[in-house]
Write a protein that binds this ligand. Structure first.
Ligand code: DOR
Ligand code: ZN
Length: 349
């Protein structure tokens, strides 16, 4: 039986994984997140990463100052972990509710990650502190050894890094960000732990690696972790359709200028903020799983982060919605995910 809902009202969602960048790009992209989401977990991988409290406070102010006055939006800040992160500073930031979490980028794993962590054993004292105070660790879970096939880096990370890490810190709260594989889904399900959850992006639910090479090479579909086989895409879809509370919404919306997307060394990242929520509802509908939409979008994340669910609601309606073609940034532009395409769901205004 297929679901034939025409209208669905849910608690206003939170996007638990967002890149907003800074300056002109921030000013142009923020409203798309504010339109659909009440809060967002803000990634700290700016060109000058958010590695301490004072940087986080001023970045939070720049975000709030850039937001359209129509939207009441709360940025939830994260700290970029380096070998010289000071545990006491994390503790203060977390207790003052400035930091909601800290992000682990293995060095050279993705955009602006070179100042990240080269060896996880060098940050043992930091992780001990986070475990003690209950501060979540958000992980870009890919091995960085270039000898490991790019399609295997997530699965190898689980085996070589995540499993030993969880054994060493059994009460450390961990979000495995933007998972893309059967191995990750099974790992999260198998452990069924209140200390372990995962986010899933709309693009990894909608696409697989064939799409990246259809009609030529498509730089706009290049993201990290890289799109995987159709088989893994289907496992991700089943994970959200199962209603398992360990999975929640993190869009990984990641704007890049056009000139950087189509460069010889094209940047990884998909800017999906104008359509992410509409993509999720489309997939849940396709999976006959609309009854689990609200928990994925609005409940599982806040429960994991130990923050109240939002009080507002939003209504999505079965009405065509055309995704904008581009956002101009000076002489350049940002092209959104599914630019110019029409989705069957829109936000009721
Ligand atoms: O595709 C990605 N883009 N993956 C990441 O992990 C980072 C992000 C970005 O910052 O552009
Ligand atoms: Zn990201």
């Amino acid at each position: 039986m297929t679901e034939t809902k025409k209208r669905i009202t849910i608690i206003k969602p939170d996007d638990c994984h967002v890149h907003l960048r800074d300056s002109e790009i921030l000013k142009k992209v923020i409203k798309y997140t504010g339109k659909f989401y009440k809060r967002a977990v803000i990634m700290p991988n700016l060109d000058d990463p958010i590695t301490n409290l004072s940087k986080a406070i001023s970045y939070r102010d720049r975000i709030l100052n850039s937001m359209h006055p129509n939207y009441i939006f709360q940025p939830l800040m994260t700290c970029y972990l380096t070998h010289s992160t000071i545990p006491k500073e994390l503790e203060i930031g977390f207790s003052k509710k400035i930091f909601i979490a800290a992000k682990l980028y293995p060095s050279y794993s993705t955009t602006n990650s070179k100042e990240g962590v080269k060896n996880i054993n060098f940050i043992t004292h930091i992780l001990e502190c986070m475990e003690k105070i209950g501060m979540p660790l958000l992980i870009h879970g890919e091995e960085t050894d270039q000898n490991i096939d790019i399609y295997d880096r997530e699965a190898v990370f689980i085996e070589n890094t995540l499993e030993p890490l969880r054994k060493k810190f059994p009460k450390l709260k961990i979000v495995l960000e933007h998972i893309t594989t059967k191995e990750s889904v099974e790992y999260v399900k198998k452990h069924n732990s209140k200390y372990l959850s995962a986010t899933i992006t709309p693009h990894h639910l909608i696409l697989n690696r064939n799409h990246m090479f259809s009609k030529g090479i498509q730089p706009y579909l290049y993201c990290l972790p890289i799109l995987k086989k159709n088989f893994h895409q289907q496992v991700l879809r089943e994970a959200i359709a199962s209603g398992d509370k360990h999975f929640f919404l993190g869009s990984d919306t990641a704007p890049h200028l056009h000139k950087n997307k189509i460069n010889f060394f094209g940047h990884a990242g998909i800017f999906n903020a104008p359509s992410s929520l509409l993509c999720y509802v489309t997939i849940f509908e396709k999976m006959n799983a609309l009854k689990h939409l609200q928990s994925f979008c609005s409940e599982n994340g806040p429960k994991f982060y130990n923050i109240p669910v939002n009080q507002e609601t939003i209504t999505l309606v079965k009405k065509p919605y055309k995704i904008l073609k581009k956002i101009s940034i000076g002489k350049d532009m940002i092209i959104p995910f599914l630019a110019g395409k029409t989705l069957n769901w829109s936000l009721e205004t």
